[in-house]
Design a binder for this molecule. Structure first.
Ligand code: RTP
Ligand code: MG
Length: 147
């Protein structure tokens, strides 16, 4: 089973979109296996965005990401990396399809509400910045006994 890593950026938290965004993953049948509310440290931010170091948007991005608390999430499902990127939409909200999270709620590239890993390697690297292995929860999603 594949896992991916997601961050709800500070503006998603401030705009009250935590529930709206989590709902979209849950209703798709994607399993939440890690969930944390935190204020990112400079070190976490620099590790997360290490591949973007030196790019023109880097400083603005790091400053923005440290400007408020975020929600860090680990999701699990078959082909979940690609599926979550599909639900999230294109990096530039202007190019994000209607019906995607960015296509419906975001306006600018830096403040595009949400981060989602783009490869198996990055998913593993990124989730290990925020979660230890025993903070990722193994449980059964079968709801038959709950209704
Ligand atoms: P993410 O990593 O956040 O899921 O987004 P992404 O793959 O769609 O975009 P990526 O190229 O990895 O960029 C990471 C984040 O940097 C900001 N960005 N700003 N101003 C710009 O041209 C620019 N390009 C990227 C965005 O906040 C993007 O999510
Ligand atoms: Mg990316």
């Amino acid at each position: 089973m594949e896992r991916t890593f997601v961050i709800l950026k500070p503006n998603a938290v401030r705009r009250g979109l935590i529930g709206e965004i989590l709902k979209r993953f849950e209703q798709r049948g994607i399993k939440i296996v890690g969930l944390k509310f935190l204020w990112m440290t400079k070190e976490q931010c620099e590790k997360l965005y290490e591949p973007h170091l030196g790019k023109p948007f880097y400083n603005e991005l790091v400053e923005f990401m440290m400007g408020g608390p975020v929600v860090a999430i680990v999701l699990e499902a078959p082909r979940v990396i690609e599926m979550v990127r599909h639900i999230v939409g294109a990096t530039d909200p202007l190019k994000a399809e209607a019906g995607t999270i960015r296509g419906e709620f975001a306006l600018t590239v830096t403040k595009n509400l949400i981060h989602a890993s783009d490869s198996l390697e990055n998913a593993q690297r990124e989730m290990s910045i925020f979660f230890t292995e025993d903070e990722i929860i193994n449980y059964n999603l079968d709801i038959q006994e709950d209704i």
